[in-house]
Ligand binder design. Structure first.
Ligand code: SER
Length: 582
């Protein structure tokens, strides 16, 4: 029996009502383009509004996350995924929730208890350690050695910056044939997280203030694709029963085996599946140049480009794959059958449209990139590829990366937004700043990259230089020259210094000057050739001065808390930091 059916049946037997998956496009929540977690459509109820189905709910929810398209192509990431979840709205709390999870895993899925381990909130700030959860786990036979106590970063859950939140306990499964260590180490990646039980006791407002919720709730989430792979004993999700027949079909349609080109095959499978779910949704999204429609367009076009890479020649390939996927999911998502014609029509229409310009655009891309002086594709050329040949910026970046070329993405973004606003204004007859929320966050990240650049020079080495950066409304990525992996101490000190500067409330000022003057004044710049003769220089207090087109915040105190979430190699001699503002 399918994991979804087992899950739903189990929680129904425990007095839960099944609620249908909400549409992928949130109905009353303009803060996100897509539902990214099972709890998202339930936020009003988690905050106290009575739910028409009662206080015990269970579902499988369509979720879409497109903030990290770069990682699609590896073994475990997907843009669309299903999340199994059960909720208590002011009904049961920690003890029953943990008991249910344990019973489902050990009695229904028959997972031996020795393969399980858990993390529990260790207490931080004014929120105490979650002793209740630890006690319940122990009473069920989980050994003390298999309980790890972690801080806010790991065991406190919130969707985004504000909303209902609370400590969580996460359940891990040992996915390996190796001997199972007695002691659980959450950093050992043989232990895979399979379930997250959040105990929502609090509400965090936009200013970061935490208050108690009127009723305590439980919100659990289990990633379907991951758990199926775990249960089937494969480490590559695409080799599990969720994907394998689609992977085989793409192999058959192409000239390459999965072993030869797994990334392109995964990208096609993943992106077409997500496109089907967006097109099949009741919200009626079609490929376009704004918001959800643009994400849809990007996904389809990226899939088309990879189909070309795999030399797929069958003119009907997208329909063949889409039909397989729809058939696979129709039992659970009847809207896919209802909207099947729209899905297939739109996929084909978008393919035909892009097929017309893709070959010409690729030729143009080759021409442009063979004549670059500085290995940087400027915003005007990137915009030309977008505007004339329909290349989404991510596609240009992906192509450029394959040739070791950088793209001025920030410059492109500004141009793109100005263009979008113009066409919106033209089509609606009025100005509409629909992306304001997004860009505000991006502006903050932009200022944070300057602070990070300056901090690395102080903490690590004064000769560090920026090699690239990429900003979304969710995070920043910063590449810099450096000959070693940063030590924990270096990371910590860098983070502290950036936060110190933020808390000092430094003013951000801008000045226009000639390029020579700017360089003489010691302003930092990435590629001097790229800038016009008169440049703008942004200074932050007296700690940073950079040639830059902006925009930036006015004062560093607007940024919030700066946190490094990852430091890794980017290419030879270049390190990459991913960081967030909370
Ligand atoms: N909201 C939590 C998560 O997404 C549990 O459902 O992991």
């Amino acid at each position: 029996m399918n994991l979804k059916d087992l899950y739903i049946d189990f929680f129904i037997s425990k007095g839960h009502k099944q609620i249908p998956s909400a549409p992928v496009v949130p109905e009353n929540d303009p803060s996100v383009l897509f539902n990214t977690a099972g709890m998202q459509p339930l936020i009003p109820y988690l905050m106290g509004q009575p739910h028409p189905y009662g206080t015990r709910l269970v579902d499988y929810q369509k979720c879409i996350r497109t903030n990290d398209l770069d990682s699609i192509g590896d073994k475990t990431h997907h843009t669309f995924f299903e999340m199994l979840g059960n909720w208590s709205l002011g009904d049961y709390f920690k003890e029953e929730s943990i008991n249910y999870s344990f019973e489902f895993l050990t009695k229904v899925l028959n997972i031996p208890i020795n393969k399980l381990a858990v993390t529990v909130f260790k207490g931080e700030g004014n929120i105490p350690r979650d002793d209740v959860s630890a006690k319940v786990w122990k009473s069920l036979g989980i050994k003390e050695d298999r309980i790890a106590y972690l801080g806010k970063e790991d065991n406190f859950w919130i969707a985004g910056d504000s909303g209902p939140c609370g400590p969580d306990t996460e359940i891990f499964y040992f996915r390996s044939d190796d001997e199972i260590p007695q002691k659980f180490d959450p950093k050992d990646d043989r232990w895979v997280e399979i379930w997250n039980n959040v105990f929502m006791e609090f509400y965090k407002d936009n200013n970061g203030k935490i208050t108690e919720l009127p009723k305590k709730n439980v919100d659990t989430g289990m990633g379907y694709e991951r758990v199926v792979a775990v249960l089937e004993g494969v480490t590559d999700n695409y080799l599990s029963s969720v994907w394998i027949d689609i992977v085989r079909k793409i192999e058959e349609l192409s000239n390459y085996s999965y072993e030869e080109n797994p990334a392109s095959i995964r990208i096609i499978a993943d992106h077409i599946r997500t496109a089907i779910f967006i097109l099949g949704d009741e919200a009626g999204i079609k490929p376009s140049n704004t918001d959800q429609g643009y994400i849809l367009r990007r996904l389809i076009r990226r899939a088309i480009r990879h189909a070309k890479k795999l030399e797929i020649t069958d003119n009907n390939w997208e329909v063949i794959i889409a039909n397989m996927i729809i058939e696979k999911y129709q039992k659970y998502y009847p809207e896919l059958v209802k909207n099947k014609n729209v899905i297939l029509d739109e996929l084909t229409k978008e393919k035909n449209k892009f097929d017309k310009t893709l070959a010409k655009g690729l030729k143009e891309f080759e021409k442009i990139t063979n004549h670059l002086d500085d290995n940087v594709l400027n915003k005007d050329l990137a915009f030309k590829l977008y505007d004339t040949y329909g290349f989404p910026i991510e596609l240009t970046v992906e192509l450029a990366k394959e040739k070791g070329i950088e793209v001025d993405q920030l410059g492109f973004k500004e141009k793109f937004k100005a263009h979008q606003e113009l066409s919106r204004t033209a089509s609606s007859g009025k100005f509409k700043g629909g992306l304001a929320g997004d860009s505000e966050k991006e502006i903050k990240y932009h200022t944070a990259t300057h602070l990070l650049n300056a901090a690395l020079k102080v903490v690590v080495n004064k000769n560090i230089h920026q090699k690239g950066s990429n900003i979304t409304s969710e995070r920043m990525r910063f590449d810099f020259s450096c000959d070693h992996k940063l030590t924990d101490e270096e990371k910590q000190k860098t983070e502290q210094l950036v936060n110190k500067w933020i808390s000092e409330g430094l003013n951000v000022t801008v000045m226009e000057m000639s390029k020579e003057q700017a360089l003489k004044s010691g302003a930092e710049c990435m590629f001097i050739e790229k800038y016009p003769d008169i440049v703008t220089v942004y200074s932050i207090g007296d700690i940073s001065k950079e040639l830059c087109g902006g925009p930036h915040v006015k004062n560093t105190k607007e940024l919030g808390n700066f946190k490094i979430i990852k430091e890794e190699a980017s290419s030879a001699g270049v390190r990459r930091i991913k960081a967030i503002l909370e």
